[in-house]
Design a protein around this ligand. Structure first.
Ligand code: 5AD
Length: 450
């Protein structure tokens, strides 16, 4: 049977989709290749969120077409996911070697499409339509110990996004929100637990919108909090994470859930995008800096050790020095553990792309660098506080940098590297932190409690 190489760009949702595609193809008898050099089918699962992500995938496909196709004419080349969705056929015009363009709602049909190309039934496949019920299709997992995912798994709870943030392409690439029922998600978590998974990360573009308008609130609890409660009951699942919530929908019921559900780890990734209310309004975010800081404060009241991470965009159209300074002050005030900082990238068809006062590239670079430096300082101070403390980690596998050592994550999502034995993999383990790097902790297993 042919072999397939899948390369993934972008968010965890894409990683999850790729994993499901790999599992599906494996079930049909395909093998998974480690690189494009030996693969009969090369699939790039793409991201459109910034221009850089698109350029990377285009560059890669150009290189694959030039190198691989030259020596092996029958290799099948395909683009999957967000860029496939937003650009469709245009990608084949640009790169005529490409055989398959499969959008976000058709990704689970990839096996049939590949068969059709291999059998010569279709010369080119371009499938970017909407498909009802596609949120139910991403169910298969690859848990054969290839990499760290075997102890920790992503679970897709919904697809799409109904927000209209003026900078963002995702509503165009992922479509309207569609949710999976609670029972179905719980069943998937049960199956994962039976296979040894101890941690699940519930995934959605905006998880705080989960079930809105479909599942009723119960006792002041939003459908998302009801889902958390249901997953919490799954035996064998020890840790629950989720990403990403929207500050607009971050209610007190969710804050309170952190106090009530011990498996819900002390970690939150809450995108703030900007610290300036004026820019937040232009972004169409529907929240203010005050609302944002309010959530951070309440979370720290419930869980003082919570690790809070955010996304920030610099250089949004019209962002003045004063607006930027407000973002800087918010980063200092919120004391984030980590931040993903992005330079605004105009996306075709979004409102912000045609706004006046686009910010020059040098200014974006400068603001980006400034915030990166600030975050390194803020983050490393927060990491240092862990030295000499005992923390619980879930051991995922060998450390990427030094495979002689193991790595695991604390409940608050910090990476800990330590010397351990393979029997630790997949287990919860107490370690004592001996040293802190900028975004890594180092420790030793605690053998006896002092
Ligand atoms: N330019 C830069 N960053 C963007 N993001 C989304 N759209 C854009 C864009 N056009 C960032 C946001 C989001 C993260 C996933 O990507 O910060 O939270």
């Amino acid at each position: 049977m042919p072999s397939v190489y899948i390369k993934t760009y972008g968010c965890q949702m894409n990683e999850r989709d790729s994993e499901a595609v790999a599992a599906q193809l494996q079930r049909r008898g395909y093998s998974i290749a480690e690189s494009e050099d030996s693969a009969d089918i090369v699939l790039l699962n793409t991201c459109s969120v910034r221009d850089l992500a698109e350029q990377k995938a285009l560059g890669k496909m150009r290189a694959v077409a030039a190198d691989v196709r030259r020596s092996r004419k029958n290799v099948v080349l395909g683009f999957l996911g967000c860029m496939a969705q937003s650009r469709g056929e245009e990608l084949i015009d640009k790169l005529p070697d490409v055989d398959l363009i499969v959008g976000t709602q058709k990704i689970h049909r990839i096996g049939d499409y590949i068969d059709e190309v291999l059998n010569g039934k279709r010369e080119k496949v371009v499938e970017v339509g909407e498909e009802e019920g596609s949120q139910m299709a991403i169910r298969e997992h690859l848990l054969d110990g290839r990499g760290p995912k075997a102890v920790s798994a992503f679970v897709s709870i919904m697809q799409g996004c109904n927000q209209r943030c003026s900078f963002c392409i995702v509503p165009h690439t992922r479509g309207r929100e569609r949710c999976r029922p609670i029972d179905d998600i719980v069943q998937e978590c049960r199956e994962l637990a039976q296979q040894g998974v101890k941690e699940v990360t519930l995934l959605g573009q905006i998880v705080t919108s989960y079930g809105r308008g479909v599942i009723e609130e119960k006792g002041g609890k939003s459908p998302f909090v009801q889902l958390l409660e249901a997953v919490h009951q799954v035996e064998g699942i020890e840790r629950i994470r989720f990403t990403a919530p929207h500050p607009k929908g971050y209610g007190d019921d969710l804050v309170e859930a952190y106090g009530r559900l011990p498996k819900l780890v002390e970690s939150a990734h809450i995108p703030m995008q900007s610290g300036s209310n004026r820019i937040l309004k232009l972004m169409g975010r529907g929240h203010t800096r005050e609302k944002y800081l309010g959530i951070v404060k309440k979370l720290r009241e419930v869980k003082p050790e919570i690790g809070i991470c955010t996304d920030i965009i610099v250089g949004f159209p019209g962002e003045t020095d004063e607006d930027f300074q407000q973002t800087v002050r918010l980063v200092e005030e919120a004391q984030f553990d980590q931040a993903f900082i992005f330079k605004y990238s105009p996306r075709q068809g979004t409102k912000a792309a045609s706004m006046p006062e686009q910010i020059p590239q040098e200014v974006k670079e400068e603001r980006h660098q400034y915030l990166l430096n600030l975050m390194n300082r803020v983050g490393s101070e927060r990491y240092k506080r862990f030295v000499d403390r005992k923390v619980q980690i879930l051991v995922e596998g060998p450390s990427k940098k030094n495979p002689e050592r193991l790595m695991g994550r604390t409940r608050c999502n910090r990476i800990v590297v330590f010397e351990g034995s393979p029997r630790h993999i997949g287990n919860l383990l107490d370690v004592k932190i001996t040293r802190a790097g900028t975004f890594t902790l180092y420790g030793d297993p605690v053998i006896f409690d002092e």
